[in-house]
Write a protein that binds this ligand. Structure first.
Ligand SMILES: NC(=O)c1ccc[n+]([C@@H]2O[C@H](COP(=O)([O-])OP(=O)(O)OC[C@H]3O[C@@H](n4cnc5c(N)ncnc54)[C@H](O)[C@@H]3O)[C@@H](O)[C@H]2O)c1
Length: 317
């Protein structure tokens, strides 16, 4: 059956990979304010007519409703892209996370779109040494970004109950891959391009997180959409292993033209206040439905660094 999809944040990193998949199922409308996303990421689909781009902001509820009407599925991926920006601008995650998610839900209620996929994050588990499963909400988020994801999930739960939507929430690990717009690997490669002799790494390099390759991320979301059937479905989406920041730094130096660059750690157990130094996520709930990621965390990082190095150092090909 043809699926008419509406992707808020569809011109961004994960969004553009999601659009790659969704155009195979039916027409796609990409709704993006282009603050980070690029039409170039989805240019082939725009040219083929399989996708349409509406430049608009999730905080513009009237425009959102007008563009959303007539779709079967909303995929909500727009958010503040950098958790640490919340340290400088404390309203950012409230507006771009919590209120934007409210607007998407309210637009769905007004226009009658029945199903939602939402990009949450493992950061909502907060700081804990446990391997987090979906029911583990003992620790609270320690960043404003994580808090906005938790608030978004709470709003979704309430809209599902009160207005009959069906929702699929995915708590991602750190997503990496081609067209990445932010994150440690891209930061490190850009720093190497600028410095050439030294790579500064925030923290002691021992921070370790599960890294999820972006095609595993979009395939996992669509698998959940096709196979989960509760009204509110919540799944972790991450590999079970982790990769250290030191390993990412070493891979970036090796993939750059500056292989003699020194790595300098600023010290401390985390990159910035609110950064969860070590996180472990349990992928078993989605695995029991039949989905496992194809790539381990180390593989995902290796593939992403190789792809991003080509984007950052095009002349070195
Ligand atoms: N990348 C990760 O590691 C990761 C991990 C966990 C969760 N997430 C979540 O996944 C989603 C997508 O992340 P991404 O890495 O692709 O980021 P991204 O910044 O590349 O994509 C977000 C897109 O949303 C657009 N956007 C931002 N604010 C908007 C607004 N107010 N109105 C309309 N469009 C807006 C941006 O232009 C961009 O195209 C986000 O919700 C993010 O919090 C990402």
């Amino acid at each position: 059956m043809t699926l008419r999809s509406f992707v808020v944040g569809g011109a961004g990193f994960i969004g553009s990979h999601m659009v790659d998949r969704l155009v195979l199922r039916g027409p796609v409308t990409i709704y993006d304010n282009l603050s980070v996303g690029k039409p170039a990421f989805v240019a082939d689909h725009l040219a083929s007519g399989r996708a349409t781009l509406v430049q608009g902001d999730a905080l513009d509820l009237d425009r959102l409703c007008e563009a959303m009407a007539g779709h079967d599925l909303v995929v909500h991926l727009a958010a503040n892209p950098e958790a640490r920006w919340g340290l400088e601008r404390t309203r950012l995650d409230l507006e771009q996370g919590t209120i934007a998610t409210y607007d998407v839900l309210e637009a769905m209620r007004r226009t009658g779109v029945p199903r939602l996929i939402f990009s949450s994050s493992g950061t909502m588990y907060g700081e804990t040494s446990k391997t987090c499963a979906e029911e583990d909400l003992g620790a609270l988020p320690i960043s404003l970004y994580g808090a906005s994801k938790m608030a978004g999930e709470a709003l979704i739960s309430a809209f599902v109950e009160c207005f009959g939507l069906q929702a699929f929430i995915f708590r991602f690990g750190n997503v990496v891959g081609p067209r990445g717009t932010h994150g440690a690997a891209l930061d490190f490669l850009r720093k190497l391009r600028d410095s050439k002799v030294e790579l500064e790494v925030l923290g002691d390099g021992k921070q370790a997180k599960p890294y999820l390759f972006v095609t595993d991320c979009v395939d996992g979301m669509l698998f959940g959409l096709d196979h989960a059937d509760a009204r509110l479905n919540i799944h972790n989406l991450a590999p079970s292993d982790t990769t250290s920041v030191a390993r990412i730094a070493e891979l970036c130096v090796a993939a750059s033209p500056y292989q003699d660059a020194a790595i300098r750690y600023t010290g401390g157990d985390r990159g910035w206040p609110g950064d969860v130094p070590r996180s472990y996520m349990n992928p078993e709930k989605l695995a029991t439905l039949g989905f496992r990621v194809k790539h381990s965390s180390d593989e995902a990082v290796g593939m992403a660094v190789a792809a991003l190095a080509k984007e950052v150092f095009p002349e070195a090909r």
